[in-house]
Ligand binder design. Structure first.
Ligand code: CA2
Length: 155
């Protein structure tokens, strides 16, 4: 891993509304606030932070991350519960993937209990509001570093 690793933080549908609707569920911080937290938590790492409401675009970015990122933090939002196509894209990655949620889907409606992303994620951080993202960033960068150390030892 280079001195300045690259971390992709990708966000799925409706997260652009963060801070504007349903504050009782998702809090009052905006996605820009969450981005600032991620950048702070990432230190010297380069953070590529994006949000989309479109499944295909999210999949394009996952594919892009394969060639450009050392780790991926993903809040798939609703697509985590529904998208086999997103799962298929994630399966092609060899970099660590950390699934991240503001709320705790396991404590919510039944349809939120299944996550296709969890099947390929190294781990899941959920339920801590914006702090989930900071913890996910730390975990993803830690895993990327471990992975590069292991790769160095094997040459
Ligand atoms: O808790 C999370 O981060 C979720 O990924 C958020 C998704 C939800 O479908 C997942 O079950 C859990 C929903 C994102 C919608 O974001 C909004 C933000 C503010 C207002 C309305 C929606």
């Amino acid at each position: 891993m280079p001195d300045s690793p690259v971390l992709y933080v990708l966000n799925g549908p409706n997260l652009n509304l963060l801070g504007q609707r349903e504050p009782e569920v998702y809090g009052r911080e905006t996605l820009a606030d969450v981005q600032a937290r991620c950048e702070r938590a990432a230190g010297k790492a380069t953070v590529v932070f994006r949000q989309t409401n479109h499944e295909g675009e999210l999949i394009d970015w996952v594919q892009e991350a394969a060639g450009k990122a050392d780790a991926l933090v993903l809040n798939p939002a609703g697509y985590g519960h529904t998208s086999v196509a997103l799962l298929d894209a994630l399966r092609t990655l060899t970099i660590p993937v950390v699934e991240c949620h503001l709320s705790n889907p396991a404590a919510r409606e039944r349809f939120r209990h299944r996550s296709y992303v969890s099947a390929v994620a190294a781990g899941v951080v959920s339920g801590f509001g914006p702090l989930s993202y900071e913890l996910a960033v730390q975990a993803a960068l830690g895993l990327a570093q471990e992975r590069s150390r292991t790769a160095d030892r094997s040459v």
